[in-house]
Write a protein of this length. Structure first.
Length: 143
């Protein structure tokens, strides 16, 4: 803050000793020391306040950039959701129109009914004839 060399300090001390006097010089020096300390604390406080304000400004800028990015992501997601919903709606309407094209009044083909006991079964309805196994050969016993 002040760039005072040893020679300048000695000149100030001699002038103050002459002007103030030897009796009051210690008390004035103490008071000046206290005032100088207060001045330094005040300057340091102002520096800290300025530093905090600068950091606060930087944080506000960072916050606004993050919010802008979040809004961009949100709008992109919403656009994709809307596109997907419109595609789903379009697909659903196409399916409904296809269902209307098919005649719902037309009779559905009926499954074949099981054979009744009154009608004789045809060989094709019975299925393949069961295979009979050849009779087992009797074993020879030796007596």
């Amino acid at each position: 803050m002040f760039d005072v060399g040893f020679t300048e300090l000695m000149v100030i001390a001699v002038v103050s000793l002459i002007v103030i006097g030897p009796e009051r010089l210690p008390r004035v020096a103490r008071t000046l020391g206290h005032l100088f300390g207060r001045l330094q604390r005040y300057v340091n406080d102002v520096k800290a306040d300025i530093s905090r304000e600068i950091e606060l400004e930087e944080l506000k800028k960072f916050k606004s950039s993050i919010e802008d990015t979040a809004r961009g992501v949100e709008s992109t997601v919403n656009a994709e959701i809307n596109a997907a919903q419109s595609e789903a709606t379009k697909t659903q309407s196409e399916l409904e129109s296809l269902a209307k094209i098919e005649d719902p009044a037309a009779p559905q083909p009926t499954p074949p009914s099981p054979p009744s006991a009154e009608a004789p079964l045809m060989p094709s309805e019975i299925g393949p004839e069961p295979r009979s196994e050849a009779p087992a050969k009797p074993e020879k016993t030796t007596a």
